[in-house]
Design a protein around this ligand. Structure first.
Ligand code: N01
Length: 511
């Protein structure tokens, strides 16, 4: 078996893995490899190719601050354009040569005796190992599609497609289609599929709150300004950023102040739907913001179409020919579209990462909940930095902002360990625990805790462990420098810890 040695192994070539690679190069670190199971850069923006896939954050902000794109065609970009942007940025920064596509990481285990991560990878059917001093886990939280726990999927004789694994060769024209789910992905793909389908049944478990989408093409004058007026795009980013941060206040500290958003959503329903029964069905019963606030102009018109039915009776099961609801109605279809999201707090990826004492990330998080330190490090997993780790997700603005904050932390971490000859850095359990206690305290008045909804923002302990509470500039502030005092560090080849305050994780702890 081939063994490859590198200083840094980055797993994942999406926004965060690519960003990590670029920042390392810019800071004089060339000894790294990116491993990705796909065929090019883009991560979630490569994999989600369903019709209508687009970003619900304006592109000016949903892009790297160090790689402005004056050529965005519209205010909110669609998947092909974002995918192209990410690949262009990779080429402009010479990162492709560092990347091994078609490479699946099957397991990553920390070996304390070697002070190395050893990654078992499969590439073109061949098993190899990659040995790295530091591993950057950049697989993203939305990478493992979630199939709902509904009986009968195996019995269905037609086609099943998940929104994140779209089959672009399949022709929906004239087909009888069922879509399960009414989240961010479903509301984008349903209007497109409805245009082609003979009949479309949309199975809704929970109605989402939806604001209008203020999307428009950029004018030639704006394109000229993006290219030629210094600071114009930066200023636009600033305006979008500031406007979005206002929502952070309402979501985290004052859900009542989100009332105007609810009124906008209600007006959106009133304007789009005439049928009283349909209006009732699409009006959410939880507080706005408790689940992601969606943006669409064509969702309500789509479900009001004559060939579309919104089914709210719970699904009882799937048969050979279609879907049966609990009221006993059977609806036969040719294809079932599963738009039921991702394994976020229970990702199978967590089973594959093994830290000290042979414990997997899944095992540790099963016990203590999905927690880490500054969204980046997890006690018991030395020399591993996670991108978009616990408590970094957002419902109101661009994840690229959070990624770039973590990139600052990554660069300072790498610079520090290089300068100080550190061969092992493990975040202290007490630092991690205090950090998470603070996060949970900040969330106590939030709409995600009190808004009356069930959401994937919560882990199995019932804690919100996916979201960053409050303003994102606070995350930028706390990730500016690698705070070495929060870590147990060792230098050189010996196992002598320099920290006198090493604390072992107790057998059982809850956040
Ligand atoms: O997934 P979701 P998604 N029976 O988990 C329903 C990002 N994103 O792929 O609400 C019936 O949001 C579930 O119902 P309920 C964004 O971060 C971004 O749509 O749990 N229904 C829900 O309606 C987003 O948050 C963009 O009751 C079942 C749906 O499936 C994340 O991706 C675009 C069910 C799942 O919604 C995930 O979005 C698209 C069952 N057994 C996505 N199980 C941007 O524009 C689940 N559901 C940036």
């Amino acid at each position: 078996m081939t063994m490859n040695d590198v200083q840094i192994a980055i797993v994942g070539a999406g926004f965060s893995g690519l960003g990590a690679a670029i920042k390392l190069k810019q800071n004089g670190v060339d000894d790294f490899v990116i491993l990705d199971r796909g065929a090019d850069f883009g991560g979630t923006w490569r994999d989600n190719t369903y019709p209508g896939a687009a970003c619900d954050v304006p592109s000016q902000l949903y892009s790297y601050s160090f790689a402005h794109n004056p050529r965005w065609s519209r205010s909110y970009s669609h998947q092909p354009e974002i995918h192209r942007y990410i690949n262009d940025v990779a080429d402009e920064h010479g990162v492709r040569a560092h990347t091994r596509f078609g490479t699946e990481v099957e397991r990553a285990e920390w070996h304390d005796d070697q002070r190395r991560w050893i990654l078992d990878v499969v590439r073109d059917g061949r098993h190899e190992q990659v040995r790295a001093e530091i591993m950057v886990g950049a697989v993203g939280p939305l990478c493992e599609p979630n199939l709902p726990d509904i009986d009968g999927f195996d019995d269905f004789g037609g086609k099943i497609v998940h929104s994140a694994r779209w089959d672009n060769d399949y022709d929906f024209t004239g087909k009888r289609v069922a879509v399960i789910g009414t989240g961010a992905s479903a509301i984008q793909l349903v209007p497109e599929v409805a245009k082609a389908a003979a009949r479309l049944d949309v199975y809704q478990r929970t109605a989402p709150w939806i604001v209008p989408r203020t999307e428009r093409p950029y004018t030639p004058a704006e394109h000229w300004a993006f290219e030629n007026v210094p600071g114009f795009q930066t200023a636009m980013r600033g305006v979008v950023y500031a406007a979005n941060e206002i929502t952070a206040f309402g979501l985290t500290y004052s859900p009542k102040s989100l009332k105007p958003v609810e009124l906008i959503c209600r007006a959106n329903i009133a304007r789009s739907i005439r049928d009283r029964e349909l209006k009732r069905k699409v009006t959410p019963t939880f507080q706005v913001g408790c689940k992601r606030i969606l943006r669409s102009n064509d969702w309500y018109p789509a479900i009001a179409r004559s060939n579309v039915a919104l089914v709210t009776d719970p699904i009882a099961g799937i048969t050979e020919t279609g879907i049966v609801t609990q009221d006993g109605t059977a609806r036969d279809v040719d294809v079932i579209v599963v738009a039921t999201g991702f394994h976020v707090t229970d990702s199978p990826v967590f089973d594959k990462i093994v830290g000290t004492d042979g414990r997997s990330l899944a095992g540790v998080w099963e016990e203590i909940g999905m927690q880490g330190y500054k969204g980046s490090f997890v006690n018991g997993f030395p020399n591993m930095m996670l991108m978009i780790g616990p408590s970094t997700g957002l419902g109101h603005t661009s994840m690229v902002y959070m990624i770039e904050s973590q990139l600052n932390y990554l660069v300072d971490y790498i610079t520090t360990v290089r300068a100080q000859g550190i061969t092992r850095a493990d975040v202290k359990f007490d630092a991690q625990r205090a950090y998470n206690a603070e996060i949970q305290h900040s969330l106590r008045n939030s709409v995600w805790v009190n808004g009356g909804c069930a959401s994937w923002y919560k882990d199995h302990h019932g804690n919100i462990t996916t979201l960053w509470p409050g303003f994102t500039f606070n995350f930028r502030r706390i990730t500016k420098h690698f705070d070495i005092a929060a870590y147990d560090v060792e230098r050189g080849a010996s196992a002598s810890a320099t920290s006198a305050t090493t604390e072992k994780r107790p057998a059982s702890v809850t956040a």
